[in-house]
Write a protein that binds this ligand. Structure first.
Ligand code: NAP
Length: 413
């Protein structure tokens, strides 16, 4: 199925029943109504007044959760208070979340054009960092107090989460919770595209779309680990200084110029790798920009998003302009066309662990370091999504359940 068709059918498509979906269904049972709208129940209101002094009740334990209730604009992700404390099952750990990553896929999920979510309502969030608070039965390779980063298909934008221990990775010394929440999705994606599919080697050239964003910054840093790589990066012009500082050789403003013309002026033969996060007509341009033996890796469909809500014209346009090629045309082309979707690799634990080990090694050597654009408390999730969707971010947008005390003090003053 093409990216356009996939997106168009995403709302009605029922994915196969996964353990994570069962968990989501169970979670829904525990949900309370959105905190500000909570009203006393009718029974409580009608109860006769007791003459005896009631024994003081312990305060009800709740935890914050960002829940997508319906598809649409920024207001569709609501902060709710869920009751109780989740209990880790066998093979799971309970984590107190300190920071969460916002991904482009979360914007698509909000609009109803992302295929890896169970039915609504659902807590969003595919990456976070935090501290292990409890171990489920049989968990021996984590300890209470471990600082971890977590990858999951959804459900991590919460103060407390239970996840399979295999979805957690120990944070290295010196890494902040914000950095840890910014690492997994962006760097695994960029690494697998550039090195597993792309086979990037010295003196080659790469075109990175959305170069100043989360995956873009990760890709730039990873390109810099290989000698003499020429990086073409598209982004809004206001970000070009930052791109140059990060190591982009040729920043291109795709909003005011034709990036294909600009690139060909510098490199008439094109590039060795195109990281295509746009889809639609840009995939065809990417293919035509490849040098002999070049590789196109399609991994996103950002062209589908044109505003806060799902845009059917953009969906139709992307689908209509979809790049098509048949196997026999590929032989004489001497080019490779690949597709990458991390959300469909969630059961490939060994593959993912292998990449994370390499990434943490690069982090420890100081060769990669997540760039944080901004940090928003859960309460301002709409502003966080706006920051990304209005094309303002340079690096990663982070959400935090609690504003760090120092920050809160600064705001008060
Ligand atoms: N397949 C996978 O497994 C996978 C995993 C992670 C991410 N991705 C894809 O990688 C891409 C980047 O993701 P990310 O999470 O790192 O996001 P991001 O790059 O931080 O996204 C925000 C930036 O994208 C640019 N942009 C281009 N077209 C846009 C549009 N139509 N709407 C809003 N912004 C647009 C804007 O910057 P400029 O205008 O300055 O360029 C904006 O600041 C996305 O397409 C995402 O779906 C795929």
């Amino acid at each position: 199925m093409s990216a356009g068709e996939e997106a168009a059918s995403a709302q009605t498509q029922k994915t196969e029943e996964q353990p994570q979906e069962k968990q989501a269904a169970e979670d829904k049972k525990d949900e309370t109504a959105a905190a500000p709208e909570q009203k006393p129940s009718e029974e409580a209101a009608a109860a006769p007044e007791s003459t005896e002094q009631a024994a003081p009740q312990p305060p009800e334990v709740t935890y914050k959760s960002l829940v997508l209730n319906a598809h649409g604009g920024y207001d569709k992700v609501k902060l709710q208070n869920k009751k109780g404390t989740p209990k880790p099952k066998a093979g799971e750990v309970l984590i107190r979340v300190k920071a969460c990553g916002l991904n482009f896929a979360d914007l698509m999920a909000r609009q109803g054009v992302y295929d890896r979510l169970p039915s609504l309502p659902v807590s969003l969030g595919m990456e976070c960092s935090g501290i292990v608070e409890e171990l489920g039965e049989g968990v021996t390779d984590r300890q209470v107090g471990d600082k971890v980063m977590v990858l999951n298909r959804f459900g991590l934008w919460q103060e407390l989460v239970t996840v399979q221990v295999s979805h957690t990775f120990i944070m290295p010394d010196g890494m902040s919770f914000e950095e840890a929440a910014a690492l997994l999705v962006n760097y695994i994606t960029a690494y697998m595209i550039l090195f597993d599919f792309g086979n990037l080697r010295p003196k080659q050239s790469v075109l990175i779309h959305m170069a100043a964003g989360g995956v873009g910054t990760a890709a730039i840093q990873l390109c810099k680990t290989v000698e003499d790589v020429t990086i073409f990066g598209t982004a809004s012009s206001i970000k070009h200084e930052a791109l140059k500082e990060h190591g982009v050789t040729h920043p291109i403003d795709y909003r005011t110029s034709d990036y294909v013309d600009e690139l060909r002026k510098i490199s008439p033969k094109g590039v060795d790798i195109v990281m295509d996060s746009l889809g639609g007509s840009d995939t065809c341009k990417a293919y035509n920009l490849l040098k002999p033996m070049g590789k196109l890796v399609l991994y996103g469909a950002a062209n589908l998003l044109t505003g806060q809500k799902k845009n059917l014209v953009a969906l139709a346009k992307s689908w209509w302009n979809q790049f098509n090629i048949n196997a026999m045309q590929l032989i004489p082309s001497n080019k490779a066309v690949c597709g990458f979707h991390l959300g469909h690799l969630d059961n490939e634990k060994e593959l993912l662990i292998d990449v994370v080990v390499k990434l943490l090694d690069l982090y420890k050597q100081g060769k990669i370091k997540p760039k944080i654009d901004s940090i928003y408390p859960f309460e301002q999730v709409g502003d966080a999504m706006r920051q990304m969707q209005e094309k303002k971010n340079v690096g990663k947008v982070i959400l935090v359940p609690e504003v760090p005390k120092e920050e809160a003090k600064k705001e008060e003053n």
